[in-house]
Design a binder for this molecule. Sequence first.
Ligand SMILES: Cc1cc2nc3c(=O)[nH]c(=O)nc-3n(C[C@H](O)[C@H](O)[C@H](O)COP(=O)(O)OP(=O)(O)OC[C@H]3O[C@@H](n4cnc5c(N)ncnc54)[C@H](O)[C@@H]3O)c2cc1C
Ligand SMILES: Cc1cc2nc3c(=O)[nH]c(=O)nc-3n(C[C@H](O)[C@H](O)[C@H](O)COP(=O)(O)O)c2cc1C
Length: 769
Amino acid sequence: MKIVCLGGGPAGVYLAISMKLHNPGHAITVYERNKPDDTFGWGVVFSDQTMDNLRLNDPVSAQAIINELVHWDYIDVHLKGQVERSGGHGFIGIGRRRMMQILYARARELGVELIFQQEFEVDDIRQRFADADLIVAADGINSKIRNSDLKGFEADIDLRSNKFVWLGTHQCFNDAFAFIFEQTAHGWIWAHAYQFDRDTSTFIVECQPQTFDKWGFEHMSHAESAEACRQIFANHLDGHQLLTNSRHIRGSAWISFPRVLCHNWIKDNVVLIGDAAHTAHYSIGSGTKLGLEDAISLAHNMHSGQPVREALQAYQEERELEALKLQSAARNSMSWFENAPRYIENFDMKQFTYSLLTRSQRVSHENLRLRDKEWLEGIEQAFAGRAYGKPASGPVPPMFTPFKLRQMTLKNRVVVSPMSMYSAIEGMPSDWHLVHYGSLAMGGAGLVYTEMTDISPEGRITPGCAGIWNDDQQAAWQRIVDFVHTHTAAKFCLQLGHSGPKGSTQVGWEVIDKPLDEGNWKIIGPSPVPYSPVNQVPRAMTRADMDKALSDYVAATQRAEGAGFDMLELHCAHGYLLSAFITPVLNKRHDEYGGCLENRLRYPLEVCRALRAIWPDPKPLAVRISANDWIGDAGVTPAEAVLIAKAFVGAGADIINVSAGQTSPDAEPIYGRMFQTPFADQIRNEAGIPTMAVGNIYEIDHVNSIIAAGRADLCCLARPHLMDRYWTLRAAAQQEYHGESVRCPVQYLTGFEQLERNLKRAAEIAINA
Ligand SMILES: Cc1cc2nc3c(=O)[nH]c(=O)nc-3n(C[C@H](O)[C@H](O)[C@H](O)COP(=O)(O)OP(=O)(O)OC[C@H]3O[C@@H](n4cnc5c(N)ncnc54)[C@H](O)[C@@H]3O)c2cc1C
Ligand SMILES: Cc1cc2nc3c(=O)[nH]c(=O)nc-3n(C[C@H](O)[C@H](O)[C@H](O)COP(=O)(O)O)c2cc1C
């Protein structure tokens, strides 16, 4: 085959090597605009697993790289004159220039033609390279080839807000990967620094855009920027300079990171590879790895016996998934750095470091224990000390620390999220509810929620929804509350709601959100806007309707107190009545209850204030919100959610239960593990408001990491509790926890002990396997 590689970075050259290894008969030419020696950048980091992949593909170049790798184990975080060191991180690194020399030499040895100092243009594809069988676009992050047809390659490019510059230095940072945060007159600036050869280190400097502007870095030459950064970080450089080698970047040496993902990597015989197809934020250091592994996969598929088109398609399918996974971790990490000052200002040194180390959500609590047990136990002990308000005698799993709201103390941080059971008749909770909530409360969670319980018959979502609008319902709830209080240590929270525009629909296991086949009742909302084209058009509420709903809320709250609930939550999420007022998707009013956020919040806040006024002072009040409509600026955004949370706290809420979505059928949520937790984090750490996180939190590790990192104060688990009432008891058995924060019913103790023994044995077998 005649193959042309456009771009002589790691991806292009390694592709050439890999193709030659499969078939020495290929004629391969690599075109690179730079000289062989003036490759930009400093070091790159790899993992052991990447090295294994390289070794399997080409033992020769892998060994040459291995011979020159620098290893280091520690991460040092420098902040406000303190250093927090943790170990067991196991990095390996090499200079980019040295790695490229190795790859160039290996490519030449295999007969690849390398042509340097030649800039190619997009037109060359159809002219100069018209006779090539395969054209590999390996031209990096600013790929001319991709950019010439963004639509065809279905490119999704998101230019991030932070600015960074890639520098080098001869300071070596004590065998550690160093994160250094410095406060300057114009805001926080930080460096990601690591040694990559005997006497050189990468030194990436990053800051938020407002700090960049105030410093005037835009107008500095490369040398001036390096000197300004040297002065900022002088205390960490032991007199060394900061060096720049980014002559290829015109103007300021600072750039913004473009997150690139193409959904089509193939056009005729042209295929994208490496940064041209996708990028991974530098803070997780995986860009080079992705490019090299793309090359292995592309070469492998091209020799799988399939026709070229199918082979290219198979390559894309394999690698796009990998890129997406990495980008999801990279997005978390990138967003942590975009908001770094938020964590600097709120956390002490240990929690700040923990938050930094777990930022991508790939490194979990237990993973940190494997890396550095002693350090993690120090974190657990310090966290427990803060939760108890006095020094803890030893480490405690973060999920098993208490949490106090007003006069209510939760024994632990696990919450059974509200879940509609659609099993009430005329709003009456039944024996189903007694067994359901009773067993959930026995399962060990600190707080158990009721399902959304409605303030009026017309406020139900479905005919099966529970209510608390009459005395019989209050008595039925009281029976359940009494069971919970008599037999368990859990606190019990009633979630109060009105369905608004999403009312009169089928139960959850029929067609969710669709109107009933018969027997529909009339629905109300802020505006005559249906939730979806198939839903009823709600009648726009008059002030009299608002007064009626308000008095129903108040009456229901009095009944909640009568039934003995410990806590109350006002449901203002998911497109139901109060949520519909808040979101501009469903609120199109032109009076003082519509338009700007302040107006849209007016009625929900009025309700919140009314409830707080009559709900007993020692008992907490929560508000659940949809922090993101997932439709961009046309709906509620996470930044707006911070304002919403503040407004509810001003109206008497003690904690915000941070959910998202379900306000518009057009929403495009980005799902994943703990996918809504960033919104709880933003509200908690920007506004200083206690929050609950919810959404795809299902592992012990998830809960411990979220709590210890201060992303939220409590974690709500919904679906995991449907299948495992004893989720929290199991978590206690697995972590061999015997403290005060979980109480196994005495009747079940032998089961708990057996489970603990079996889990311990299974863990030992796994370690010895
Ligand atoms: C600050 C920073 C730190 C990073 N740190 C790490 C790290 O620690 N670990 C890691 O794995 N990755 C890291 N990366 C990412 C890494 O540099 C890239 O992901 C990797 O280089 C991608 O390889 P590539 O071959 O696809 O593209 P590139 O390395 O960008 O190579 C593309 C090549 O194509 C050439 N080219 C482009 N257009 C033309 C043209 N028209 N004519 C001729 N030649 C052309 C360019 O000169 C270049 O040599 C970092 C990136 C940045 C910005
Ligand atoms: C069967 C079911 C019923 C639900 N009912 C409610 C509800 O009544 N009120 C509410 O605020 N959220 C409700 N939710 C949403 C959950 O509380 C939770 O936010 C969501 O399921 C995400 O958490 P998970 O990933 O742990 O399941 C319900 C979820 C499920 C699965």
